[in-house]
Design a protein around this ligand. Structure first.
Ligand code: B12
Ligand code: SF4
Length: 282
């Protein structure tokens, strides 16, 4: 059994409600579903607010007695999570610390050079599910993480090694949804700012955007999953705000029509954007 602790940290953007960060929950569900043997990993996600203290975050993570700590790095949490990782390594040298997310995957080698307490960093932002699953599967089988895909890791001789590219498709089915499988529990009456994905990737190429350079391929999530998530989210009185994180929901007209019409049928739908209303009227 491998014990994993995944750390999420909310953005410091002026959002009143508790933010749900999708990546750690999405990776947890994917890895738990796809490693063999089933049940060989125990994954806990700890969800911190934007002003959490790195020392306290590290101590909370250690209470789970993890073998692996995985951190999701974004522009809003980079410094705090690096500090947390440094403290974790000092307190427990044998802990495997893995970094991922858009703030590290575009410059994984520099991150590894600068932050010697990180053991492995994902260098491909498009398929965290496959990369994290492969890495954990390697550990479960007692293999060297040299055989995992999509990472830069530090060998025993302190050399940085870039492993092969990740292969295969991510299964975005309902079984992979952290909402449908109750990984994300929305039971706090103080309210939530929920994020939801219905597709990944972007066919465009804007120079200022991280997606422009990496996520060319479009992956559309099965409608069964999307509609079920909408039901769960829009019928929950604790959800105050929903952010669809797709690059562009209007790429497939039939899909957005179906999505908007489904949202309109739910109990707590409040507003839909102008563009969507326009599509519905046609
Ligand atoms: C939601 C979101 C926000 C929310 C964040 C809070 C929240 N509640 O989630 C809000 C609206 C506040 C926000 C703000 C900003 N954001 Co924003 N945001 C996003 C968005 C739309 C979704 C992120 C997400 O949850 N995706 C879904 C999850 C499942 O995917 P993911 O995060 O990409 O994670 C994948 C991999 O990175 C990897 N992974 C992640 N963690 C880990 C960990 C391990 C161990 C491994 C192996 C892999 C791994 O696996 C995942 C699955 O493949 C992304 C664009 C996008 N669609 O991804 C931009 C994005 C993250 N934001 C971006 C930017 C630039 C900003 C702003 C700076 C914009 C601005 N100029 O104001 C501000 C930040 C301001 C601030 N100080 O907070 C950039 C990148 C920034 C960066 N380097 O981190 C992105 C990528 C947009 C872009 N295309 O350029 N944002
Ligand atoms: S996500 Fe938006 S900004 Fe980024 S490349 Fe696509 S169209 Fe351009």
């Amino acid at each position: 059994m491998i014990k994993i602790c995944m750390i999420a940290m909310a953005s410091d953007a002026p959002i009143k409600e508790k933010q749900i960060l999708l990546a750690p929950y999405t990776l947890k569900r994917y890895v738990e579903n796809s490693v063999t043997p089933k049940g060989a990993v125990e994954i806990n996600v700890i969800d911190f607010p934007f002003d959490a203290d790195p020392q306290k975050m590290a101590h909370q993570a250690l209470q789970y007695h993890p073998d692996v700590v995985a951190l999701s790095f974004y522009v809003w949490n980079y410094l705090e999570l690096m500090k947390c990782a440094e403290i974790l390594k000092k307190e427990m040298n044998e802990l495997i610390i893995v970094a991922g997310g858009p703030m590290v995957s575009f410059n994984a080698e520099e991150v590894m050079k600068e932050h010697t307490y990180i053991d492995a960093t994902s260098y491909d932002d498009t398929c965290g599910e496959i990369i994290f699953r492969d890495l954990i599967q390697c550990l479960l089988e007692g293999k060297s993480i040299e055989e995992a895909s999509g990472i830069v890791y530090r060998s025993n001789g302190n050399k940085l090694i870039k492993t092969k590219e990740a292969e295969g498709n991510i299964h975005h089915s309902a079984e992979s949804s952290p909402f449908i499988n109750n990984d994300i529990v929305l039971d706090d009456e103080k309210g939530y700012y929920v994020t939801i994905e219905t597709s990944r990737g972007c066919p465009f190429d804007c120079g200022y955007c991280l997606w422009g350079s990496s996520r060319k391929k479009m992956e559309y999530f099965p409608m069964e999953r999307v509609l079920k998530e909408i039901e769960l989210i829009y019928n929950n009185p604790n959800v105050k705000h929903v952010l669809f994180v797709d690059s562009n929901m209007l790429l497939r007209r039939e899909r957005i029509k179906q999505i908007v019409q489904h949202i309109k049928k739910q109990k707590y739908y409040k507003a839909i954007s102008q563009e969507c209303i326009y599509i519905l009227r046609q």
